[in-house]
Design a protein around this ligand. Structure first.
Ligand SMILES: Nc1ncnc2c1ncn2[C@@H]1O[C@H](COP(=O)(O)OP(=O)(O)OP(=O)(O)O)[C@@H](O)[C@H]1O
Ligand SMILES: [Mg+2]
Length: 268
């Protein structure tokens, strides 16, 4: 499917309300994700970052509001709407819990979306696509026939990313991709995401707590607080805002350390 050039907004969210029973998680979220950008989404634990992602990809039905992906209304109605299905095919998702199937090898995991969306695909071609994706995310070819339990945490993240890339997505959703990785592994994963964005022209919706990631690869950052997106901008723009959570987060001790380390790596 060709995505028309005029859609320079990849995701447009207006007035989004999400709730679980009486518990309102989002109370009128407005957000634009620009085509080709890496948008970081931050906010305290439990503020609803994962729920926001789930509602964009259709796993959480909003109470009200509008979500458009590449100009296509995703909340309007029938699940089988052909255009909405076409859009679904064009995104890849790496969930917070990773969620590889433990009884399938890495290569088989990568093939799951291919089997789902292209059931008629020649098995040899499926194998070929899977091994290409394994290489694309920087895993050795030997990782393909391995089971998730046989991989390190960092390799499992890469395998999850390979599966998210299996359908050649235009849009990538990543929920805390570097959580649990050591700083070197996390930095390498950041580089990989940046590389993939640049080479494949992806738009990336990236939920993260990792201040180094925000500095290293995000074009803009959206801050979720008080059930709304309270600010969107570059790190520099955000650090100048007089919002309590933002000040504490970016200008607190860990925020300052990340700024210093970003400045140091800029000098190298
Ligand atoms: N399926 C569900 N049923 C009921 N409540 C839920 C469900 N999923 C999430 N919630 C609630 O919605 C709120 C937001 O959860 P969410 O997982 O989006 O937070 P988060 O910002 O991603 O947090 P974290 O940074 O810890 O991952 C929480 O209060 C959570 O308990
Ligand atoms: Mg979450």
């Amino acid at each position: 499917m060709i995505i028309p050039e005029e859609h320079d907004i990849a995701i447009r969210i207006r007035g989004l309300v999400n709730a679980f029973g009486d518990q309102v998680v989002h109370d009128g979220i407005d957000l634009d994700v620009k085509r080709g950008e890496i948008l970081g989404v931050v906010g305290g634990s439990g503020t609803g970052k994962s729920v926001l992602m789930r509602s964009i990809i259709g796993l959480q039905k909003p109470v009200s509001g509008d979500i458009e992906v590449f100009g296509q209304d995703m909340t309007g109605g029938s699940e089988n709407d052909a255009e909405a299905l076409d859009i679904r095919r064009r995104w890849g998702v790496l969930f917070q819990a990773g969620a590889l199937f433990s009884t399938l090898t890495v290569a088989e995991n990568i093939q799951v979306p291919l089997r789902e969306f292209y059931p008629g695909l020649d098995p040899a071609l499926r194998d070929e696509i899977a091994s290409y994706k394994v290489t694309l995310v920087g895993l050795p070819a030997e990782a393909g026939p391995k089971y998730p339990a046989e991989l390190s945490g960092g390799m499992r993240k890469r395998a999850g990313l390979a599966r998210a890339l299996s359908l050649d997505p235009a849009l990538l959703f990543l929920d805390e991709p570097t959580a649990g990785l050591d700083p070197i592994g996390a930095a390498a994963f950041d580089e990989l995401i940046l590389d993939l964005r640049d080479t494949l022209g992806l738009t990336v919706f990236l939920i993260t707590h990792d201040l180094d990631t925000l500095h290293a690869i995000c074009d803009r950052i959206a801050v979720l607080a008080d059930k709304k997106i309270v600010a969107v901008g570059t790190i520099d723009e955000l650090t100048h805002l007089d919002q309590p959570w933002i000040q504490e987060y970016f200008n607190g001790p860990r925020g300052r350390a990340a700024i210093d380390s970003a400045a140091r790596s800029g000098q190298d």
